[in-house]
Design a protein around this ligand. Sequence first.
Ligand SMILES: [Zn+2]
Length: 332
Amino acid sequence: MKRCTRCVLPETYPGIRFDEDGVCNFCGRFKGVERLQQSIKKYRVRFEKILAENKRVGEYDAVMAYSGGKDSTFTMAVLKKEYDISFLALTLDNGFISPKSLDNIRNVVEGLGVDHIIYKPRMDTLGRLFLHSAKEDIYSRKGLERASSICTTCMGLVKFVALRYAIESSIPLIIYGWSPGQAPVEASIFRNNPEMIKTMQAQFTVPMKKIVGDEVDNYFLTEKHFNMPERFPYNISPLAFLEYDEDKILEYIKLLGWEKPDDTDPNSTNCLLNAMGIDIHQKRFGFHPYAFELAGLVRAGYMERDEAIARLDEKTDPDIIAMVKKKLDSAI
Ligand SMILES: [Zn+2]
């Protein structure tokens, strides 16, 4: 398959064009590492200012959207140690957190001294949502350029459950462990506002309600939340402006008792469902749902191009997918 000679985006990626050197239009738009470094400095200052203004004003300083993967583990650990943030860590258990990852989660929250909630939506509802998002296009094509439909379902739930907690408990920040390829620096800090969130929420709830009915309202915001606009938190993805080096991250979190699970696909360090999401996405759209993220990491110099290609080429494990399908079928 033809790929951009600079990043790793394939010719099947929506809207891609190549110049005479085989460099894609997404790379063409990248303003260079020097400009990136300037932005990183600017955003770090902005982050520190927001933190200073919002520390110790709520019950906790921040909700950490904690998947138990390497990136969110590192993010939480660094912010706790270097910025003394008081966290409420929130893990959405989608029924497919790998057993090793659950051990990691426990080790890390215990070791860091962080309060932690595992939020587990009912499995029959989740099963129906996952199976439908596996079979049909229930979300906009644009969103699916960066994540599989199954991941999008899960992430929608994570984002809105985190927002509910933050608004209900007056917690001023929600921290995400997005890599700089998933959340580039320009998108790493923003204040949620009710109008924007209402629109975003409908993109999830409208298709989800067709599948499972009003039950999904439990996971999203209601009028009660929208009537407290002053409590809408910031969303922050600190890996965009902190140092991001995968080897150093793995080394750092190992000291917290975090071990790399060997039971997940190479693009996830916590979720067994991810393999199925990737498999379906590739068959349906002809490109890997992590291509955009990995291309961003390569472009900005965070990852070697060969490494990214190796991850994109790795075959998903049919045994994991079969196990996931069986559990989903029996859940509904
Ligand atoms: Zn490119």
